[in-house]
Design a protein around this ligand. Structure first.
Ligand SMILES: NC(=O)c1ccc[n+]([C@@H]2O[C@H](COP(=O)([O-])OP(=O)(O)OC[C@H]3O[C@@H](n4cnc5c(N)ncnc54)[C@H](O)[C@@H]3O)[C@@H](O)[C@H]2O)c1
Length: 420
């Protein structure tokens, strides 16, 4: 194949498939996978089978630099465990290789500084794949704010509820180790802090946070059977993780009530922005339903977004982790139907409902739109500024890292934003 952009994949687990399938399918005319790098040969073999044909060259993590030198990819797609992103990103940028990296860009402040430094000096392009920006409901909020309909935003109230399917899953996997994921203030909230940074077009400056492990971990009084995940019940989970465990001992189906969890499941943060705007943020990981509520108050009115992604979880549905945010077909929606409601209310006026495109697909339809920006950059206009660069990735991680620092020492954390 000639004329295509050649991508090496680093981290060939669950998330890599979004990008891999894209290159084998709708974007095969513009881009192709050319190498795989992972600690686990079984997971790399899974991707070889998906592709078929001549196997791609595979590399262990310690061979990453050799891979860049030998294969000479145009870009790397980094979808490995969060705390491994920084080294891969910096090494690629130093060699002028473009980077597509999953959120979170990294997990702590020192590695943010290293990435910012490498990005400033590099000619290569770095994109952090903040797919939530692309979901139509979140884009609609940005469009309203850009139109100035509520004047200057002054206060944001943002609550995210992860349910006992999706939320629990963070406590089964490597994410339960704060050193690997940065905890949910980094791993999960990076999406939410990025949305607020982007919506407000502002930079966070001071963070105060509280949090704890109140539901998962040992000692609770729970129906533990309802949380058991049977990897063999799903062909893909079995192929990616059960078969692969013999190489590295990694268990994707750990007991969410077992010891060893170092992340929080209940978190609250206050963030002050440079403009003086305030964010009040809450994240819980064991809700009976899943979704989020955001209200943004401005000098001329208020925007309110309410999203329900799954209205309830029947017991024994732990394996729905593979079913994304779908209600089970046999489940009555009750008082909380799945859907989106976006309200705009200007001062002295009645509230009006703002229509939002009903988007199919994962992450509120965000994933499909994101792929276009990644693999056909510039093909469509980007009036909302959805494509995120290293500054956006760094700023959202810095809020989470500052929240973690605040948790650890019980006081406010002032953000040190790298100069750019
Ligand atoms: N934007 C989103 O909505 C979204 C959704 C899911 C995951 N993600 C992100 O994608 C990334 C991967 O998550 P996942 O769900 O695929 O996890 P996963 O556990 O399925 O895959 C991670 C892969 O990284 C590999 N790995 C571990 N250490 C490595 C190392 N040192 N070098 C190279 N590879 C290594 C593992 O073997 C595994 O194959 C994470 O950063 C996560 O935050 C983003």
């Amino acid at each position: 194949m000639t004329g295509t952009t050649r991508y090496a994949f680093v981290g060939t687990g669950h998330r890599a498939q979004l990008y891999f399938d894209a290159l084998l399918g709708p974007y095969a005319d513009v881009a192709e996978p050319v190498a795989l790098c992972d600690t686990n040969p079984t997971r790399m073999a899974y991707y070889q089978r998906l592709r078929g044909g001549e196997p791609l060259p595979t590399f262990a993590p310690e061979e990453y630099l050799a891979m860049l030198d030998r294969v000479r990819p145009d870009g790397v797609v980094v979808t490995s465990v969060d705390d491994t992103h920084a080294d891969y990103v910096v090494a690629a940028l130093e060699r002028g290789v473009d980077v597509i990296v999953e959120k979170p860009l990294t997990v702590d402040e020192p590695s943010c500084a290293r990435i910012a430094d490498a990005a400033r000096r590099s000619t290569a392009r770095l994109v952090v794949t903040f797919n939530y920006r692309y979901s139509p409901r979140n884009s609609a909020v940005k469009a309203l704010l850009l139109d100035g309909v509520i004047g200057t935003p002054t206060a944001v109230h943002f609550e995210w509820v992860l349910d006992t399917v999706h939320g629990a899953d963070y406590f089964r996997r490597w994410h339960r180790d704060k050193a690997r994921s940065g905890g949910l203030f980094v791993h999960k909230a990076t999406h939410h802090f990025d949305l607020v940074n982007w919506w407000l077009a502002d930079r966070p400056s001071v963070v105060t946070a509280h949090g704890g492990l109140r539901f998962y971990g040992p000692g609770g009084d729970h129906d533990t059977d309802a949380f058991v995940l049977d990897l063999s019940a799903d062909v893909r989970l079995h192929a990616l993780y059960a078969d692969a465990a013999r190489h590295d001992g990694y268990r994707r189906d750990q007991d969410v009530f077992s010891p060893g969890i170092t992340i929080e499941d209940t978190m609250a943060a206050l963030v002050r922005y440079e403009s003086g705007a305030l964010l009040t943020y809450s994240l819980t990981a064991y809700g009976p339903w899943e979704g989020y509520r955001v209200s943004i108050t401005g000098t001329r009115g208020r925007i309110e977004l309410a999203v329900c992604e799954r209205s309830s979880v029947p017991s024994g549905r732990a394996s729905d982790v593979v079913g994304w945010h779908r209600d089970a077909p046999d489940l009555p929606e009750g008082a909380r139907p799945v859907g989106t409601r976006l309200l705009l209310q200007r001062h002295w006026e009645a509230a009006e409902e703002v229509p939002v495109d009903a988007a199919a697909g994962t992450h509120g339809g965000g994933d499909a739109r994101l792929l276009d920006d990644l693999f056909r950059p510039g093909a469509a206009p980007d009036p909302l500024g959805r494509a995120a660069d290293y500054r956006d990735g760094v700023l959202s991680v810095l809020v989470g890292a500052a929240a973690n620092a605040s948790l650890a020492r019980g006081g406010a954390s002032v953000l040190v934003v790298p100069p750019w």
